[in-house]
Design a protein around this ligand. Sequence first.
Ligand SMILES: Nc1ncnc2c1ncn2[C@@H]1O[C@H](COP(=O)(O)OP(=O)(O)OP(=O)(O)O)[C@@H](O)[C@H]1O
Length: 351
Amino acid sequence: MEEKIRSYLQQYRTDDFPFGLPAAMNDCQISMSGDGYIVDANMAFPCFTQLQNVMEKMAEELDINVQLRAEIQVEAVRNHDIAGVKNIIAIASGKGGVGKSTTAVNLALALQEEGARVGILDADIYGPSIPTMLGISDQKPGSEDGKRMLPLQGQGLSAMSIGFLVPDSQASIWRGPMASTAFTQLLNETAWDDLDYLLIDMPPGTGDIQLTLAQKVPVAAACMVTTPQDIALIDVRKGISMFDKVQVPVLGVVENMSYHLCPNCGHESHIFGHGGAESLATQQQINLLGQIPLNLDIRLGADAGNSPVSANIDSDISQIYRKIATNIVRDLYYQLDWRSPATATLSITEE
Ligand SMILES: Nc1ncnc2c1ncn2[C@@H]1O[C@H](COP(=O)(O)OP(=O)(O)OP(=O)(O)O)[C@@H](O)[C@H]1O
């Protein structure tokens, strides 16, 4: 039976496991326990939900009892010297107000639910909103060694923001170079605690500050957040070309406020237009990583520092964010991790 289980995992194919399960695993041990089996899976990217789905299908198809014990062991896809962080992912938008910060926080929490150690860095020097969204705006970071600040903890995430350090009114008068210096200090002088992923909530837009940040920070990849509206989509194109300039791969686009689902009758209305992000993704040859509805719980959660992702991990909203979060780290692994079977190997032979 152990062989059957291995072969099932080898042949299993979905978007998350396009080369079968072993290609996404660091290790897999199968043992017998009572009248069933235990699968100890060590995965290369966080994907608890998808893995659980595989196990349930396998139990049904092979007609066996299976218990899953999963661990996540992520590696850095890019070399850098930011201590305590493996991979940095920029969450960016071409324009303000599309829900970038809300999306960044909820994706960070979703990644955490999927098994990763996650942090979030608020690069929005002029309008830091992460402290409020995590419900920790009244806290101040401490330090153990007098050199590096300890990140604050909000809903399990390690967080750092200029909002913890100076009043809003003070940061808003800083000029570009001062703002980007403040940001690089926040990144370098925080004692990040062995994070698999650090999500950076980028300032909206594609001006000088954004370009400097994209250049200075060793970002593994970026994700763009947009609404389906034309004007927001035009700005996304600018964002993609900004990251292209500094050779940061853009994994894809997340469409926020994509549709509204009527809580009474279930009718889906496309308030800000329909299909925009999908056609943009096709044109720009990037992935549509997912679509998030306009939802009252998302707005209330962001205001109250109580995200719907962690408030109810089985809710539809939570599942949407968790799938998008897995799509992002999955693509990071398959497209950029040197250990991934999809990463080309280059061999040079001497004539
Ligand atoms: N999917 C959603 N459903 C309902 N409300 C949302 C959703 N996404 C974001 N919001 C709300 O939209 C407003 C703007 O969101 P947010 O602050 O995240 O935008 P932003 O793009 O980061 O803005 P800025 O450009 O100022 O940094 C907030 O009130 C937030 O609660």
